[in-house]
Design a protein around this ligand. Structure first.
Ligand code: PLP
Length: 381
């Protein structure tokens, strides 16, 4: 058996559509990008959307757009991908890390307000493993304290709170289409916002700061550079793939949910680990990125052995993320923050194993994963 943690599902028809784009002379600045942006914005009820080259690009652009600079502080969960933090650290802003809650691993919103200072400029809400953070509370704090709100939705496309899609609560919402995600464009991302001025600013920032994009120029070379910008565009080939992938998202999420619940219910008797609470509840709709099991304290030293055992028999797993951000060498050297301040986030980083729930899994795959987990964990009790 070979069961990867994630597998992009690209059909023959999608390959055909892509090949048509490759054969055309328009590889950038074309209608596939604008169609993808429009489909995305309409599907999720966002006002504005920019296709970009990755979620990292979307985050970086968001922080550039709000003029983050040295001396500013940004409140961010310590349990996240390093991209969430690198993208404002690179502008000189300082991370103010917050622990996770001990229920679903999202930022502990009770700890945010004490950390706000005169230097705080923004809060990043990361929706962890498909389960939305308490975005209503975070948004209220941002409104009260006049802070920018950036949502990192890399792992949570299609998730909802109060029937509203994540990404639409903040000043910016950032999405990833990396192959391991719910839908893919190979690499790629989307940056959404609800404000025309911010949308226009991103348009400049994602294309060298140039005031007229390629299609707006009457004659070649007719443009000026208004500000410092980079090239974070999404090309036509990837945009074309995004259009068809997006149509499949709802079905992918229902399959993920089914697989998640099947795994969880089948393994609920296991004493050696517990499942992180990533499912939908009340007004919160999860998009089920994975199932995350948290090993008992006794078993944590065996985590990599268990992962290796699973790998050897063809079961792919993942860890989100291998360290809390403040423990990575770069941040450890820079800020010297103790792991002890983040007990819940540390449990996720150092005791969890994430299991696949993607739409690539068959019933046979799931039964195999369940029986092998039971078998392997027997060895470690
Ligand atoms: C929470 C989070 N933010 C940002 C990223 C970066 O996404 P990308 O690879 O599209 O830049 C990831 C990648 O997995 C992520 O998990």
């Amino acid at each position: 058996m070979k069961i990867p943690f994630a597998k992009p599902l690209i059909t023959e028809k999608e390959r055909f559509f892509i090949s048509k784009v490759i054969k055309s002379p328009i590889l950038t600045h074309g209608e596939n990008l604008s169609n993808f942006e429009n489909d995305f914005r309409k599907k999720f009820n966002f006002k504005y959307a920019h296709g970009v080259s990755s979620c990292t690009a979307a985050l970086h652009l968001s922080f550039m757009a709000i003029n983050l600079k040295k001396g500013d502080e940004v409140i961010v969960p310590n349990q996240t991908h390093v991209s969430t933090v690198h993208t404002f650290q690179i502008l000189g802003a300082k991370p103010v890390f917050i622990d996770s809650n001990n229920s679903d691993g999202n930022i502990d919103t009770n700890k945010i307000e004490k950390k706000i200072t005169r230097k705080t400029k923004a809060i990043v809400a990361v929706h962890y493993l498909g389960k939305p953070a308490d975005i209503i509370k975070i948004k209220n704090i941002c409104n009260k304290k006049k802070l920018y709100l950036i949502e990192d939705c890399a792992l949570s496309i299609g998730a909802k709170v109060n029937n509203k899609y994540v990404g639409g609560f903040g000043h910016f919402g950032c999405f990833s289409f990396y192959p391991a995600k719910h839908i893919t464009t190979a690499d790629g991302g989307m940056l959404v916002c609800q404000n025309k001025k911010l949308y226009e600013k991103i348009k400049l920032l994602k294309g060298f700061g140039v005031n007229k994009n390629f299609n707006e120029r009457k004659i070649p070379g007719e443009y000026d550079v208004k500000l410092l910008g980079l090239n974070y565009r999404l090309d036509e080939i990837r945009s074309r793939l995004g259009i068809t992938q997006l149509k499949k998202l709802d079905n992918f999420i229902s399959l993920r949910k089914k697989n998640y619940l099947f795994l969880k219910n089948s393994l609920k008797e296991m004493k050696q680990f517990k499942f992180l609470n990533l499912e939908s509840e009340n007004n919160i709709k999860s998009s089920y990125f994975c199932a995350s099991i948290i090993l008992s304290n006794k078993l944590k030293k065996n985590r990599y052995k268990i992962i290796k055992n699973l790998k050897d028999i063809g079961i792919g797993t993942s860890i989100h993320y291998p360290k809390i951000v403040s423990d990575y060498t770069y941040y450890k050297n820079k800020y010297k923050i103790s792991t002890k301040n983040f007990p819940n986030a540390a449990i996720l980083s150092y005791r969890s194993i994430n299991l696949p729930v993607g739409p690539h899994l068959t019933r046979k795959d799931l039964l195999y994963i369940i029986s092998k987990i039971r078998e392997i964990f027997k060895k470690f009790t």
